[in-house]
Design a protein around this ligand. Structure first.
Ligand code: CA
Length: 259
């Protein structure tokens, strides 16, 4: 598999600190977005720990079966959860800290996503943008119950209340998603500072515009800031260039990253 990718984070217009963290590991095909909470310094530490620990534990999934690969991602998120949770117990000023974690790994001709919280993964295929992950949030539960429309959820005063979080409890259950990838597919991972400011059709418009991952990330962050930049904004974009590699391995190309 060959792909190009880019990621960036921005403090936004309103907040004084950035509690988001992200990883773009082109070599291993590992991508993470984490949105921390629990007050300034603590939120930053929770999302930073999640990115570092999950990246470490995921290692390489090369040649693994779906079952083994998903078990690895599951375990990586749970072990980050445990490390963060222990710190909330031992350090007084870290009490209540936690983070979202949305982790995507490319392997064989497929993607695998592990997710906790409301940072999202989207797949754009043939110009159609679809949300892959489901938010662990209060407003998503209200939408599921038919009490709110997705549009009302976006602007709801409790839109940032999440119902599952890495580090808040002794254990956490991540959701796992799989899928096959095709050449031309674009995957977006984003914190709610992006998806709260831009609607899906606005995201789709940018992801189908001229340029590639780097330009799209830049445009999405600039647009979110133009619309108010109420929260920290993080976007990671991966464009699948080709999936002609043999099953069980993936290829990365620096040249593809620049195209
Ligand atoms: Ca946020």
């Amino acid at each position: 598999m060959r792909f190009s990718c880019a990621g960036n984070t921005d403090v936004g217009i309103v907040r004084s600190g950035n509690e988001d963290n992200f990883l773009v590991d082109h070599q291993r095909g590992v991508f993470i977005v984490a949105d921390g909470m629990g007050g300034h310094a603590a939120g930053e530490i929770a999302s930073d720990m999640a990115v570092r620990l999950i990246s470490q534990e995921v290692g390489s999934l090369r040649g693994m079966s779906d079952k083994d690969a998903s078990a690895r991602i599951y375990a990586a998120i749970r072990s980050a959860n445990q490390a963060i949770f222990e710190r909330t117990l031992s350090e007084h000023d870290k009490r209540g800290m936690g983070t979202t974690a949305t982790v995507m790994v490319l392997f064989s001709k497929r993607f695998l996503i592990g997710q906790v919280g409301d940072s999202r993964a989207y797949l754009l295929r043939h110009s159609e943008l679809a949300q892959i992950t489901k938010d662990h949030s209060y407003v998503q539960e209200q939408v599921d119950a038919g009490l709110l429309t997705p549009e009302q959820a976006r602007t709801h005063p409790y839109s940032n209340v999440i119902t599952r979080c890495v580090g808040a409890n002794e254990d956490v259950v991540p959701d796992i998603y799989f899928g096959a990838l095709e050449a031309g597919d674009v995957v977006l991972l984003a914190s709610d500072g992006l998806t709260g400011m831009l609607e899906d059709d606005q995201l789709a418009k940018i992801l189908t515009s001229e340029g590639g991952p780097e330009e799209w990330v830049h445009r999405m962050i600039a647009d979110a800031n133009r619309r108010g930049g109420l929260d920290n904004i993080t976007a990671v974009v991966i464009r699948i260039e080709s999936v002609d590699g043999a099953t069980g391995e993936y290829h990365t190309s620096q040249a593809a990253a620049k195209s």
